[in-house]
Write a protein that binds this ligand. Structure first.
Ligand code: AMP
Length: 550
């Protein structure tokens, strides 16, 4: 018979994070840019105090445990206060991606049956347009001071700073079960309706702990963190919680994430750590390269940058390393995995490799972190070896992986063995490094073999004249599909298809070389900055490849 341990049973709760941050790192700063011209300096101590006021205000508004509170907001101190107040009181913080189409936003708010919507003033018009289609919403709270409250047609419009000012700072966080729902994020699926992933206090804390481990993101109280990933994208990759856990300084850029703004914040706030999708860093380097003569790069203290959400091109990893001496940690995950699942840190045997070799390793998506099991599987469901060659769908399981989408029964999203099928295609090498080669639906199937569109895109953006690139499969009468490369040249640059092919031919297998290269001014992106390949496939549906004999 087993014996129970004799240690304290304590639920893991988000309220403990803010209590810890305020008690032990109360003076650590939170710098918040609510607009390009207006910023606030607050502290973890003040965030706790205002979160408690907000919890009282929400209680007075009649918000009950389990009810959903939506936000349409940038990264600001007010959004941070909402994270802790809403979950801390036992309600559910629902971050809505404001970049979605109006129909998607109303679908999501109605599906979640949100009670209140807190919004930044920049999103007021979007809300006015859909307000009459949101039957569950009892009121709208503008994230502003009274003097800034606009005269707009939103029913039951309240002012955030009024709510805070009028409420008491005394609030006792309830003792919740750690499995209580804490936040809700909808996937930004490119097809079908968005689906809700409902995180718990327990999953959020375990995930935050991981970010603070050395082989996780090594987040610590010595870090000044520039949060360049939006708080509506998988809870800013869980960093607000992890930063409270370790007492890191947070720099919240609000709506301004241009290369120029990010650079200025990094210099001013001594940022050591940042996170963002590749598109954000493309803008960052564009700024640096265009202003190179005026900038003193030695002013930057940036040690680590987490790049995820889409594959980090090797050229970007190299630029961070050689120009700024910044280590890129590539991370892979998804809304369904909270999102951290694999993280790219070097093994002892890799640390002293020449830079070029290290960049190659960093260009993969990293290794599974403790808590996440990762496997690759054939279409028939057979587990494939980690031999660096076998390619299959990646499946995951662990305590911060989704079990079911919001509204369905626990376990409904899982397959045999409790695995969650991610829809990403990958190989895993013998050291456990995962390399994502595609989404299942983006793989290019050429004559029975698979070509990785991500690999080709990464090589293409390595060309010094290329700003961005996408590769899609186009119908071919002999090979079924062949790659078409779509290129956005850097401003003022001119490239030819022959130049692109010549650049790529030594860098990829010959039969992978794109059959055609086309040039466009811009590529379509999803609301979270990923290439919108469904649209590209639609756009180039009729493209006749020059290699097609028919
Ligand atoms: P989301 O749920 O919006 O965070 O999107 C998750 C998807 O983004 C994953 O399933 C991957 O297809 C893609 N993704 C995330 N991180 C990476 C990465 N480091 N490399 C390649 N694809 C990534």
């Amino acid at each position: 018979m087993t014996m129970l341990g004799l240690m304290q049973q304590q639920d893991l709760l988000i309220s403990q994070l803010i209590e810890h941050a305020a008690t032990h790192h109360g003076q650590v700063e939170i710098v918040s840019h609510v607009s390009d011209s207006r910023s606030y300096r607050t502290t973890w101590g003040e965030v706790r105090q205002r979160a408690k006021r907000l919890a009282n205000a929400l209680t007075d508004l009649g918000v009950q445990p389990g009810q959903r509170i939506a936000t349409l907001a940038w990264n600001t101190h007010r959004h941070l206060e909402l994270y802790f107040a809403v979950a801390g009181m036992g309600a559910v913080s629902h971050t809505v991606n404001p970049r979605l189409f109006a129909e998607q936003i109303s679908y999501i708010i109605n599906h979640a049956a949100d009670e209140y919507v807190f919004f930044d003033l920049g999103f007021a018009d979007q809300l006015v347009a859909i307000a009459d289609q949101l039957p569950t919403v009892k009121g709208f709270v503008a994230l502003c001071e009274r003097s800034e409250l606009p005269d707009i047609a939103l029913p039951n419009l309240l002012c955030y700073e009024d709510l805070i000012a009028q409420a008491s700072p005394d609030f006792e966080w309830p003792a919740l079960d750690e499995n209580t729902a804490s936040s809700l994020c909808y996937t930004s699926g490119t097809t079908g309706n968005p689906k809700g992933v409902l995180y718990s206090h327990r999953s959020t804390l375990l995930h935050a702990w991981t970010a603070c481990t050395v082989d996780g993101l090594a987040l610590s109280t010595r870090d000044s963190v520039l949060l360049a990933v939006p708080m509506f994208h998988v809870n800013a990759w869980g960093i607000p919680y992890a930063a409270a856990m370790c007492g890191a300084k947070l720099v919240l850029p609000g709506p301004g994430v241009s290369g120029e703004r990010l650079y200025a914040h990094m210099v001013k706030e001594g940022c050591t750590f940042s996170l963002g999708v590749p598109t954000v860093w493309l803008g960052f380097f564009q700024y640096i390269e265009s202003q190179r003569a005026q900038l003193d790069l030695s002013q930057l203290k940036l040690q680590r940058v987490v790049v995820g959400g889409s594959a980090a091109p090797r050229a970007m990893i190299e630029k961070f390393g050689t120009l700024l001496d910044t280590f890129v940690i590539q991370a892979w995950g998804m809304t369904e995995t909270s999102p951290l699942a694999t993280i790219g840190n070097l093994l002892p045997s890799q640390q002293d490799l020449p830079l070029d070799k290290r960049f190659d390793i960093q260009a993969r998506q990293g290794r599974a972190i403790f808590g996440i099991e990762v496997g690759i599987f054939s279409p028939e469901g057979k587990r494939l070896p980690h031999d660096g060659k076998s390619v299959g769908e990646i499946k995951v399981r662990g305590p911060w992986v989704v079990s079911a989408y919001y509204g369905s029964q626990p376990g409904a999203a899982l397959g045999e063995g409790g695995w969650f099928a991610t829809g990403d295609v990958a190989l895993i090498d013998s050291d456990g490094f995962v390399q994502i080669t595609d989404r299942t639906k983006d793989v290019i199937k050429s004559g029975g073999e698979w070509i990785s569109s991500i690999d080709l895109e990464n090589v293409a953006v390595g060309h010094p004249k290329v700003q961005e690139a996408a590769v899609i499969g186009v119908a071919h009468s002999k090979w079924q599909e062949r790659p078409l490369l779509i290129v956005v040249p850097k401003t003022g640059e001119c490239i030819t298809a022959a130049e692109m092919t010549e650049f790529m031919q030594d860098r990829v297998a010959r039969w992978w070389l794109p059959d055609d290269v086309v040039f466009v001014d811009a590529l379509p992106h999803t609301a979270t900055g990923k290439l919108l390949k469904t649209q590209l496939r639609e756009q180039f549906k009729g493209h006749r490849l020059s290699t097609d004999p028919v």
